[in-house]
Design a protein around this ligand. Sequence first.
Ligand code: FMN
Length: 400
Amino acid sequence: MLRYLTAGESHGPMLLGILEGLPAGIPLEAAFINRYLARRQGGYGRGGRQKIEKDEVRIVAGVRHGETLGSPLGFLLENRDFAHWQGVMDPEREARDEEKAARRAVKEPRPGHADLVGGLKYDRADLRDILERASARETAMKVALGAAALRFLEELDIHVAGYVVAMGEAAMDPAELEALSFWERRERAAGSPVYCPSPRASEAMVEAVREAARRNDTLGGVVEVMAVGLPVGLGSHIAAERRLEGRLAAALMALPAVKGVEVGLGFGAAYRYGSQVHDAIYREAEARRKGGYTRSTNRAGGLEGGITNGMPLVVRLAMKPLSTLTHPLPTVNIVTKEPSRAAVERTDVAAVPALSVVAEAAVGLVLADAVLEKFGGDSLKEVKRNLEGFLAQMEAHPSP
Ligand SMILES: Cc1cc2nc3c(=O)[nH]c(=O)nc-3n(C[C@H](O)[C@H](O)[C@H](O)COP(=O)(O)O)c2cc1C
């Protein structure tokens, strides 16, 4: 239903994005998207580049006078840093500055990054040809496209929030998290330097980042994404590629540095009895989006059989510590084949808060796709009508 494409190198002239499949009639302004971009650039632990960049999207297609047209959305994001990389990253051969390009050439691959495997696979002598695209700079465009999807979902009263629950060993108490509503999680995370809903855990996380920086090291963490307002019926049990778990996991595992994804109890479910894992079903006639039923617990994280059950969707992502180390690990120089130390690019100490924004956008894209699959229409009005029709159908379930 929805498809998107991004292009652009980290220090190239700009990033491009196309998103096709959103209906006409969605209110969409650059200012809305820019708020997501600013959040992606923030968060304690990020490096110098974020100060240079100040991302602002330029909407060049698919929107007229603040409303989507149903045609493909076209976004541009300038890389302000390109000014410092002229002669190195220009598309034109004549613009190449030999001396500057040689100084920026990467011959010592960083363990944990795409440098070596990408260089071997694409047969590039300068590993910069790989790292420029493997860099998480690309996620800026993903956030911009995801923001458009989230704007669409908002119109249907579906809301998504990403927040940080652990950085290194500094973790939020699960009971404290459990006690917070979706809106409290979102509001508190917005007020935290590390986008964590707990002030106490936020302090511990800031200290963990400081300690990693003191050690010239990097730090990973855990991000949670929650979505509320989802009706029963997104995704399907009938085929592997339509199960919503799989679609979410594929989108989230594909984000840079993400090494694990779980839904609801996730891995925790493996250590309990069935009666401690499943969510008992009760009648709640007025819960229209839940088809007139509810659960007293939400261990399934809002999905059963690859289909939304109307409870909040809860997914978690594990992010590894970043692989660019200021005290680099041993590596091999690809020209001399001699042992060496890995290249040092400008880098973050921790990007877990930024990942929470990227993950929120990625979940937004998957959910918007699933909504369009079930309630698809060419205009927002038509989608709303289809959703309403399905809710009425569930009220009358089972049909005579
Ligand atoms: C928001 C965000 C920011 C990142 N910043 C950095 C960084 O500054 N330095 C770094 O080495 N890796 C960074 N990464 C991770 C790399 O992009 C990633 O590790 C690399 O592309 C290799 O892919 P893999 O870790 O999935 O195997 C970041 C990832 C995200 C999501």
